[in-house]
Ligand binder design. Structure first.
Ligand SMILES: [Zn+2]
Length: 282
């Protein structure tokens, strides 16, 4: 299924795809072979930062445009999984980031939003597992064009109003003074429920290991909300010590009671998790 405006990959995208291809070919052949008996539906495919950084600028791409870098990597990894007849849907999880990215949960402030950082953290609590509509899918009843819209977690679903192809045709015909009855109705679209894409998601409250006193889980401790997806959902339990690699995001107050409340809290959008601390002693 295409995006709203189908476009050719840019030269940067071509470069990224080529770099990921040679990366998987030279680093991961043995891993693909070892995965043949996996029956999970989603598989977190771990990649060491050191190996990524050493390969054709992939590390720089990850740090400068993480989403684009991971998107290209996922395309190539899915190709590789198909090639090796591997059933699960792979998710790239890069681990082993350097100390340069180290931060402490208690030091996080608004100025840190959008940064990619590495934390030692203890699980305080976890929400129930949920799903969210990550991409909504639409179909045009007139020309049968299919497209998807990327949604945002915990935000209102975007409203699709017209078929982009019919809209373009209609606009050009109007400019050419075509007969109104010949112009396609670009609003004649429907949501394609079968093709809507849902992702598993879970909220976890994490706290800084410096708040750990003895073996008991501290009751009154400042926590930060972390959002985990896919195979990480329902994998971790209260008291567990983790190394979390995440982007700092911003969210509404969970308790806000009026719509345009300007107050915000920080949130960890988790990219990858390693079990155990990497800095603190356990
Ligand atoms: Zn159409």
């Amino acid at each position: 299924m295409s995006n709203e405006q189908p476009t050719e990959p840019t030269s940067e995208e071509m470069r990224l795809l080529a770099a990921w291809r040679t990366f998987f070919e030279s680093n991961c052949k043995a891993e693909f072979a070892a995965l043949s008996s996996i029956e999970d539906s989603v598989w977190g495919f771990e990649i060491q930062w050191e190996a990524l950084e050493a390969h054709q600028g992939l590390g720089t791409s990850f740090m400068s445009n993480r989403l684009k870098c991971l998107e290209s990597g996922s395309i190539v990894l899915e190709e590789q999984f198909a090639l090796h007849n591997l059933m699960p849907r792979p998710v790239i999880r890069i681990i082993g980031f350097p100390e340069l990215n180290r931060y402490h949960i208690n030091d996080l402030r608004m100025r840190d939003r959008t940064r990619f950082l590495r934390f030692d953290a203890v699980v305080h609590s976890a929400s129930r597992a949920m799903g969210w509509l990550k991409h909504s899918a639409y179909q045009c009843n007139s020309c049968k064009h299919e497209w998807k819209i990327d949604e945002q977690l915990a935000r209102a679903r975007k409203k699709a109003e017209v078929c982009p192809l019919c809209y373009k045709i209609a606009r050009n015909m109007l400019l050419d003074d075509a007969d109104l009855k010949d112009i396609p109705d670009a609003r004649n679209i429907k949501m394609d429920l079968e093709s809507n894409y849902y992702e598993d998601v879970q909220y976890m409250e994490l706290f800084d290991p410096t708040s750990l006193k003895g073996d008991a889980l501290p009751e009154d401790v400042p926590t930060i909300m972390a959002v985990v997806t896919d195979e990480y959902v329902d994998q971790f339990s209260p008291g567990q010590c983790l190394t979390v690699n995440a982007v700092i995001g911003v969210d509404h107050l969970p308790s806000r009671d009026y719509l345009r409340d300007t107050r915000r809290i920080l949130r960890l959008d988790v990219h990858s998790i390693e079990e155990g601390f990497s800095l603190h002693e356990e």
